[in-house]
Design a protein around this ligand. Sequence first.
Ligand code: AMP
Ligand code: ZN
Length: 469
Amino acid sequence: MKIFNTLSRRKEGFVPLEPGKVKIYVCGPTVYNLIHIGNARPMIIFDTVRRYFEYKGYQVDFVSNFTDVDDKIIKKAMEEGVSADVISKRYIAECKKDMAGMNVRPATTHPLATEEIGGMIAMIQTLIDKGHAYVAEDGTVYFKVKSFKDYGKLSHKNLDELQSGFREIKVTGEAGKEDPNDFVLWKPKKEGEPYWESPWCQGRPGWHIECSVMAKRYLGDQIDIHAGGEDLIFPHHENEIAQSEAANEKPFATYWMHNGFLNIDNKKMSKSLGNFFTVREIGERYDLQVLRFFMLSAHYRSPLNFSADLMEASKNGLERILTAVERLDGVLEKASGDTLIEGEAEHAASLQALVEKFEGAMDDDFNTADGVSALFEIVKLANTAVTPASSKALAAQVREKIQKLCDCLGIVTERRAEILDEEIEQMIAARQQARKEKNFALADELRGKLSDMGIVLEDTREGVKWKRV
Ligand code: AMP
Ligand code: ZN
């Protein structure tokens, strides 16, 4: 298997630290809002990477954090007049629902920053003891970038370049910083913010330290793959390397993988441009499987443009697979014969060649786009070579391979029950009628049924509104 390593900017053969095992850490979202479809890209991509390693027989330890203390979470909490953990808990729960919809499996461990403060304090202390960090007068702890000679090795920047970039920027509130490149490990609390006790001041951690600490705690000092979106290369991952390697005195991750950005209308997604979709919004229009399939249709390192046309194409593509599976199941029910019949050996050989084509694509830096094409070729083979006259042996082989490859890509082959707008409207009308007749038990039962199907009702002055969640 070959993986493009951001560290070397080359594809490298995959050699695990421990034979048969893979340790993966993926930076997860900051939970202050519903996740958007950009956040969904690394989730789907690295879930597929995990599945492919498992397909190849590896045992995978997959850790992905939730950043549950951060300026944006605190701001939102203040706006709503609740504590920060109310916000983070709410959006972690919502994020998990979206992940389930996209068939992204839960990580082996999903650590929370707020539950790892002790480990962060310990690592910061180690960095201070080893001369890689210092405490400013106000209690802020900074990482001393110049003390780590490899700083810049991931983003391929050198300190002089960085230095000149910073010259223009006046840093306020960071009076105790010795060098503009130094970054915060721990900072003093501000009025109304959550804080923890520490040897330096009451305060909270900087963002970067949590990932170094969680990776160490759940995977060890050295891991195989560290991943995230390409915007994290600098400074986040560069700083993680500095912290982990300075503290542990071992190389941190062997391979650094980064997904390209998801754009809308060839522009960066942004709230101010109004070209911004949450996963939830897409889920109202499509089965989220379609979103997953759309993400897999491009190479993970390329930028990907989100458009209604491409989503329609993905929907149709997925439909072709599901229809072929249903047809195969129909043939299998009636077919007989445990051995191939005349002329079928050739089809079985083509099938095997296509499975190898799929594996070849995935072995080449997880080229899901080519992997999906190979799967379509198998679907075509299923539609042409498997007929009611085929042996059960051939139909079963084709069905089994399609299943295996779909599992590997995280595509669910069972059609999910789709509830139509019409049915929902009918049930709502029946509930209204029941309420009119003061049959509240029936009205509640209907509301409950709708809720089980993921439909939430809202009684407004203009009548009943509903939405899918
Ligand atoms: P954040 O919550 O901003 O830290 O983002 C969580 C993950 O989503 C990170 O791995 C980001 O790199 C990734 N991400 C954010 N926006 C996009 C986007 N438009 N396209 C692809 N990945 C993104
Ligand atoms: Zn991280």
